[in-house]
Design a protein around this ligand. Structure first.
Ligand code: CA
Length: 230
């Protein structure tokens, strides 16, 4: 893929660790990634690079994400670039405010990286329809990240949101052993406190969900280490 064909994303996030994780994942998805750590830098980079899509943190020093969003959405040159806002605020009123400012989508922290990637692809598909969505396949299990649906042996499975994120994490790297702490980071996000026993509870639910129409339990318990798929 040439540089020009490769979709580009501008990532605006002031926390280096979060920026690194997201940038790594976006690059793995085939994006060209430009990074900005504050609002001013973001506005400058948009002018220079005209990204296909912008992932924008709400809480930024100086010029806030909301303000960046408002400015980009009121300018005719940048209005059509999709913006996904990231926010630790989960109240409905903030969500509405975010969308009113013109954001195209809104993701509440802690989010799963897989979910965010699906949202990015969904927005990208509007502006660059040639980009197709992602499906993960393992054995007879199929997970469609965009429609949020899971099938086993072609039968739809009922799955809670946490079980969905757990399964998506497993299906990204079948055979990889995940410790409970790693699963907590990945599925629940490191910003909130959850007991590691919660992981066991949801693994139990996932196992049950995967076998709701029969079939073997594909989740393996690795004693002293954690869990893996297959
Ligand atoms: Ca921030």
């Amino acid at each position: 893929m040439s540089r020009k064909e490769q979709p580009s994303v501008l990532l605006v996030e002031d926390e280096p660790a979060q920026r690194e994780v997201l940038s790594y994942n976006l690059e793995a998805e085939g994006f060209r990634v430009a990074q900005a750590e504050n609002g001013d830098e973001a506005l400058l980079l948009v002018e220079e690079e005209t990204p296909d899509i912008i992932v924008l943190d709400w809480m930024l020093p100086a010029v806030s994400g909301i303000e960046v969003c408002r400015r980009l959405k009121t300018s005719p040159e940048t209005r059509s670039i999709p913006i996904i806002m990231l926010s630790a605020r989960s109240e409905e009123v903030d969500r509405v405010r975010g969308l009113e400012t013109g954001a195209d989508d809104y993701v509440v922290k802690p989010y799963s990286v897989i979910e965010l990637m699906a949202r990015v692809r969904a927005q990208l598909r509007r502006v660059r329809p040639s980009t197709v969505g992602q499906q993960l396949v393992y054995d007879d299990i199929l997970l469609d990240a965009e429609s949020h649906r899971v099938f086993r042996d072609e039968q739809a499975l009922k799955l809670g949101p946490t079980e969905f994120r757990l399964l998506a994490t497993f299906m990204e790297k079948p055979g990889r052993v995940w410790s409970r702490e790693q699963l907590l980071d990945r599925v629940w996000g490191r910003d909130i406190y959850v007991d590691t026993r919660t992981v066991d509870v949801h693994i139990g639910r996932l196992r049950k969900a995967l076998c709701q129409h029969g079939g073997n339990d594909p989740v393996r318990t690795v004693r002293g280490a954690g869990y893996s798929l297959g």
